[in-house]
Design a protein around this ligand. Sequence first.
Ligand SMILES: [Zn+2]
Length: 235
Amino acid sequence: MFFYYQVRTHHHKTENVPALPCPVCHTAGHLQMNLMQKYMWVLGTVAPSGKYAVAYCEHCSQYTPKVKWTDEMDAAFRRLKQDAITPGRLYRGLLVFPLLVAAVIGIALLFVKGSQHKQENNQALIKEAIAHPKPGDIFQITHTDGTKADYTYFKVARVQGDSVYVNPSKIHITDVKKMKEWDEVPTGADAFEPHQIGFSIAATQKMDMFTYATQPVQYGMVWSLYRDGTLYKKY
Ligand SMILES: [Zn+2]
């Protein structure tokens, strides 16, 4: 027997928080918080989960993951959440075959838990890879110079003491609609610049970002690691 279920997202509202600077490009005036809620669809809508927010900056076109939020952003999220009520329709599926639905939810929740667990494992693996990079490791990077951002890669060339030297990729994706292509990690030498950029491993660990020694400072935020043919995603 086959049960069909989907995890869907309900969009509560979008609020502009112009007073708060974007944690990625440090520009104020362009940050939006979107209040969202996941729920499951099994023969109807069931099992709404906790509300969460997605922060998006219209200036650098970057989504800021929760781990990078400032205290002010956390406070704004709590405010948003306070007056958002889970719509009754998200529970409507419970009226349909309650036992069947309960069984399917149980199974589906195991899958959701499994994927959360995988994400945590990947975060630990990437942390370890930043501390001890291996030549050939490819990091998926969002690079920002404070005004514009792109999606690219760093390939580890060599490690020397506290320094990791990477070849930056020639590929720079700027269109968010092409994000799928970003996951097709290029491995060939022709996809990377011949020159190497050096970063301090200790500083990269501390910031959880590759920080360029330029003025103004540029950043490369790590999203995932490609190692031995597998892409380990952090988010
Ligand atoms: Zn920004």
